[in-house]
Write a protein that binds this ligand. Structure first.
Ligand SMILES: Cc1cc2nc3c(=O)[nH]c(=O)nc-3n(C[C@H](O)[C@H](O)[C@H](O)COP(=O)(O)OP(=O)(O)OC[C@H]3O[C@@H](n4cnc5c(N)ncnc54)[C@H](O)[C@@H]3O)c2cc1C
Length: 202
């Protein structure tokens, strides 16, 4: 068994959540674990509709949270809904600063569409239905230029090492060679493997 130790935060996954977290943690050194080349294998790149955020003067995070809770019909944690809707606008501006070419109107405002259970138009889009792909391209460009972000492509997390109830490391293997399994110990681990986080064997 090979055991290595890193001072970096290990981020498992390479979708929108993982790459955005890697940038937010900068300049703290992180190691992003991606089973494939960045941009491939993450459902983030397939998202089409856009991102919901209360961006207009006639809208508010409170109204967005209320719509979210109504649509969730008892399954939504109100505190989480309020936190996410309150922060949404700032993250749209943040993604814009990172280079995401959100659709704009003639005055430069964000083009917003109304969808599903939203009572206001509040879904910002990119090139119509290219939101996921374009946001991922912006994030991939940014992480590749960020010195604190190290990326391990072609690597799969196959388990979490736990000692005294705390996660202390991640079992890693080459995506195409499971026999190369190693344990990488780290001060912190962020799981951002999406809904399809491959099952861990340990
Ligand atoms: C077709 C489609 C359309 C969608 N449209 C919209 C939309 O219009 N608006 C919207 O807001 N949302 C939409 N979504 C949902 C949205 O895409 C997701 O909620 C979001 O992208 C999830 O991001 P994520 O970073 O959490 O996960 P993902 O983007 O799924 O990334 C997960 C990452 O973890 C990696 N991973 C998994 N297991 C392991 C492992 N064991 N070891 C290492 N890495 C691992 C994967 O390879 C991937 O890189 C859509 C989703 C789909 C599939």
């Amino acid at each position: 068994m090979t055991t290595l130790t890193t001072d970096r935060v290990i981020i498992v996954g390479a979708g929108l959540g993982a790459l955005y977290a890697a940038l937010k943690l900068a300049p703290r050194p992180v190691l992003v674990i991606s089973p494939e080349t960045l941009g491939i294998g993450a459902s983030s790149a397939w998202a089409q509709g856009g991102v919901a955020a209360a961006m207009s003067k006639t809208d508010s995070p409170e109204a967005h949270a209320l719509d979210t809770m109504t649509a969730g019909a008892g399954t939504v944690d109100p505190a989480i809904a309020r936190m996410v809707t309150a922060e949404a606008q700032a993250h749209i501006f943040g993604l814009t600063d990172l280079g995401t070419p959100f659709d704009r109107d003639a005055q430069g405002g964000y083009v917003m569409s109304r969808e599903a259970a939203h009572s206001k138009p509040r879904v910002v889009r990119v090139k119509g239905d290219q939101a996921g792909r374009e946001i991922m391209q912006a994030l991939i460009g940014a992480v590749r230029e960020t010195a604190s972000v190290q990326i391990a492509e072609g690597v799969l997390a196959s388990g979490i090492e736990v000692e005294d109830g705390a996660a202390v490391g991640v079992w890693l293997e080459a995506a195409d060679r499971p026999s190369t399994r190693i344990l990488l110990r780290a001060p912190a681990i962020l799981l951002a493997g999406g809904a399809a986080l491959a099952a861990c064997s340990r």
